[in-house]
Design a binder for this molecule. Structure first.
Ligand code: PGA
Length: 268
């Protein structure tokens, strides 16, 4: 095994795992959002080895902000505009999200990319988030895994362009989420395997080395997302060597989500 991989494994083992709940366009009312958040917080706020981040629809952030108690279970947003203010009908800016309690913001989720978001948009948003002192969770992932391994060049291009112009000095708050699109959401049929995921995580670190440097590439957390559940979470952490998860469906059930949090917290 290359020396840099060994160094990376030693450094990363010591960091807290980051588990992000992406509620997407759920639930339907503030009352349900409060109940779900309280259910997650009850467990999440007791865990030492896991940083939990709940990303509700932005309209619920202010109400949930009143319930956050401590740093182990915090809030995030699912998207932002890159400008601070101006004539952008329907958009929400970073300063507004920050005031409403968001500490993390997701960029480039595949469901936004499929609605037209480009790598260039993702790069602008990511830079703006980091400049504002928040954590940026940048999603990348191939649409399909072809036999000729063209998905590797796809990921390289997507990551390089999505991080284009992101200053090195802000990389401390950068997080990458590897989400193979074919494994994400209600239309997916299966998750990736932990064995394949570990190769992709190392490939992503290699690209990060080219974009930034080896040190940053070792330190940036790389999460996995796509059909994560209580059954596969353990093996993605242990065999897949991922630094945490971005979870959709399983984060809408507090009991199910807390089982994942507990499982990850107990891996040492
Ligand atoms: P899923 O969604 O866990 O429902 O596959 C993941 C995501 O969209 O981030």
């Amino acid at each position: 095994m290359a020396v840099w991989i060994v160094v990376y494994l030693c450094i990363m083992k010591k960091q807290k795992k980051i588990i992000v709940a992406n509620w997407k366009m759920n639930p339907q009312s503030v009352g349900e959002a409060v109940k779900l958040f309280e259910g997650i917080k009850k467990t999440a706020s007791t865990l030492r080895n896991v940083q939990s981040v709940v990303c509700p629809p932005s309209i619920f952030l202010s109400d949930l902000q009143k319930l956050v108690g401590g740093h182990r279970c915090v809030l995030g947003a699912q998207n932002t505009h890159h400008e601070t203010s101006g004539s952008f009908t329907g958009e929400i800016g970073i300063a507004q999200l920050k005031k409403a309690g968001a500490k993390y913001i997701i960029t480039g989720h595949s469901e936004r990319r499929s609605a037209g978001e480009t790598n260039e948009d993702v790069a602008k948003k990511t830079t703006a988030i980091l400049k504002n002192g928040l954590h940026a969770i940048v999603c990348v992932g191939e649409i399909e895994r072809d036999e000729h391994a063209e998905y590797l060049s796809f990921i390289r291009k997507e990551l390089e362009e999505s991080l284009s112009g992101v200053p090195q000095k802000y990389a401390e708050k950068l997080i990458i989420a590897y989400e193979p699109v074919w494994a994400v959401g209600v239309k997916s049929t299966k998750a990736d395997t932990p064995e394949d995921a570990v190769e992709m995580i190392l490939f992503i670190r290699k690209i990060l080395t080219g974009i930034f440097n080896k040190k940053i590439a070792f330190e940036v957390p790389v999460l996995y997302g796509g059909s994560v559940n209580r059954k596969n979470a353990h093996s993605f952490i242990v065999t897949g060597e991922v630094d945490g998860f971005l979870i959709g469906r399983a984060s809408l059930d507090a009991k199910h989500f807390c089982e994942i949090l507990d499982t990850v917290n107990n891996i040492r």
